[in-house]
Design a protein around this ligand. Structure first.
Ligand SMILES: NC(=O)C1=CN([C@@H]2O[C@H](COP(=O)(O)OP(=O)(O)OC[C@H]3O[C@@H](n4cnc5c(N)ncnc54)[C@H](O)[C@@H]3O)[C@@H](O)[C@H]2O)C=CC1
Ligand SMILES: O=C(O)[C@H]1O[C@H](OP(=O)(O)OP(=O)(O)OC[C@H]2O[C@@H](n3ccc(=O)[nH]c3=O)[C@H](O)[C@@H]2O)[C@H](O)[C@@H](O)[C@@H]1O
Length: 440
């Protein structure tokens, strides 16, 4: 059992803290947000992540939550840094939160400790963190800095942490590697030990490769539409080749979320800074920018303007299984519809609460898919929640004023859409019954 502190209680920090407690460690989670800390002390998770609150409640005896970083860091064996590294205007990563924690660690620690950088940080940042800590240490102690990038995906964060595909540990001294092996003893995952810069690069290269895979399949989907091929069949056929693999070949309206968009831009920025152009990553970014607006562009086939149209929106978050809206396609699409005069009704099982903070009055939030699509002129699907995928297609025809369904996540089979008599336009596939629109 080790005494661990975790800085930041977001999707990464809180899940890490809870899973470390599940594995027997005593964990103090630190955040600057007092409201979050108060919730967590009551056993309530401030974020939606399947299984997280249950695991948190189960381990409350080993978990502590505080805003008092000095108290938490002073005698910790290991301090994890899991604060945000958001995008700056120029595309580079904002490291001020990470460096802020480094300074707080330097002023607080009273015994030797290992500082583990879990936040996604540009190559070379661990060196800078070490420099900051060592140059402003208040007490005479030894500090070892290790890179330990995180690979969890939102919506499956707990499972991804307890059964990770790999645990990457980037160290410059053997001691830090030994301590991290001890920390992760109970975890079901292979441990890969590298130097710090390689570990930092593994994280960016992994995320950017996945982003590139998505942008690639989206470009192929766009071409499929033009030449009459079907992207679902194409992806299926490609995926059987184990060198390609069948995951992350889902065409749609592009990737969102807190990481692919920022991590592609940050690595591209870093390469530029070193006078190198990462052409493939740039292509992934450009394709994704266009893909975001694909459904709105498609809708021009059916309407010249959204003025006075009843628009139903199914799904607000960037992916199912999360309440997170960061870089969700809805954040750009819904304002465009509203500016053009649409009446927007929206449904999302967990994301509506957060979306309401951004659009409290100009969007109507519905509890059910039926209420959302009732009397709608057009329905946009932005997130493939199970409730949407399992929704009876015939109800669109029954309830909507005009059953035009624009699906950005290819939730339905074309033959089912044809049977259900809806006008169905998805990504990289034939449009169903589009010619019937003029008769509506
Ligand atoms: N969200 C995800 O699925 C993944 C994120 N990452 C990376 O992990 C890092 C964290 O991401 P998220 O968990 O999404 O961030 P988040 O934005 O959800 O949470 C960050 C938390 O840090 C807190 N914070 C800021 N300054 C602090 C300080 N000085 N001391 C203590 N807490 C402080 C904030 O109040 C916030 O609660 C980022 O670098 C991200 O790129 C990596 C893998 C997955
Ligand atoms: O660094 C991170 O934050 C994390 O980023 C992603 O995780 P996440 O963003 O939570 O979710 P994903 O499942 O990867 O989806 C990201 C976006 O890509 C889109 N996507 C995904 C897969 C696909 O085939 N097609 C597609 O459009 C999703 O709709 C979503 O908008 C990675 O999958 C994680 O490994 C990584 O740790």
């Amino acid at each position: 059992m080790m005494k661990i502190a975790v800085a930041g209680t977001g999707y990464v920090g809180l899940v890490t803290g809870v899973c470390l407690a599940e594995n027997g460690h005593s964990v103090t989670c630190v955040d600057i947000d007092e409201d979050k800390v108060a919730l967590m002390r009551d056993g309530v998770s401030p974020i939606y992540e399947p299984g997280l609150e249950e695991l948190m409640k189960k381990n409350m005896e080993k978990l502590h939550f505080t805003t008092d970083y000095q108290q938490a860091y002073k005698d910790a064996d290991v301090i994890f840094i899991g604060v945000g590294t958001p995008e700056k205007k120029d595309g580079s990563a904002n490291l001020s939160y990470v460096y802020g924690v480094a300074e707080q660690i330097a002023e607080s620690i009273e015994k030797d400790c290992v500082v583990v950088v879990k936040s996604t940080v540009p190559i070379g940042t661990n060196d800078k963190i070490e420099e900051i800590i060592k140059s402003s240490l208040k007490n005479d102690v030894n500090v070892y800095v290790a890179s330990n990038p995180e690979f969890l995906a939102q919506g499956s964060a707990v499972k991804d942490t307890l059964h990770a595909s790999r645990i990457v540990v980037g160290v410059e001294e053997e001691f830090a590697g030994k301590v991290l092996r001890e920390v992760y003893k109970g975890f079901d995952a292979p441990i890969i030990v590298t130097n710090r810069k390689s570990a930092e690069m593994i994280k960016y290269a992994s995320n950017d490769f996945l982003a590139l895979k998505i942008s690639f399949i989206n470009e192929i989907a766009n071409l499929c539409e033009i030449i009459g091929a079907d992207i679902e069949d194409v992806a299926l056929g490609m995926g059987y080749d184990t060198r390609i693999g069948n995951r992350f070949l889902n065409a749609g309206i592009g990737y969102g979320g807190s990481c692919f968009p920022k991590d592609t831009k940050a690595l591209h920025w870093l390469a530029n800074f070193h006078d190198y152009e990462l052409k493939t990553v740039k292509a992934a970014i450009d394709v994704n920018e266009n893909q975001k607006l694909k459904l709105i562009k498609k809708s021009r086939k059916y309407f010249d303007s959204f003025k006075d149209l009843n628009v139903a929106v199914l799904g607000l978050t960037f992916k199912p299984g999360t309440d997170d809206l960061r870089e969700a396609p809805t954040l750009v699409n819904i304002p465009l519809m509203l500016e053009d005069g649409a009446n927007v009704k929206a449904w999302d099982p967990v994301g509506a609460k957060n979306f309401k903070k951004l659009h409290p009055d100009d969007v109507t939030y519905c509890e059910t898919i039926e209420d959302t699509i009732k009397d709608a002129d057009v329905c946009f699907i932005f997130t493939e929640w199970d409730e949407v995928k399992n929704f009876d297609l015939t109800k669109y025809a029954e309830l909507m004023k005009t059953p035009i369904v624009l699906d950005g996540r290819n939730c339905y089979r074309l033959k089912d859409a044809a049977k259900a008599k809806v006008i169905y336009d998805s990504v990289g596939r034939e449009s169903i019954n589009a010619e019937e629109y003029s008769n509506c």
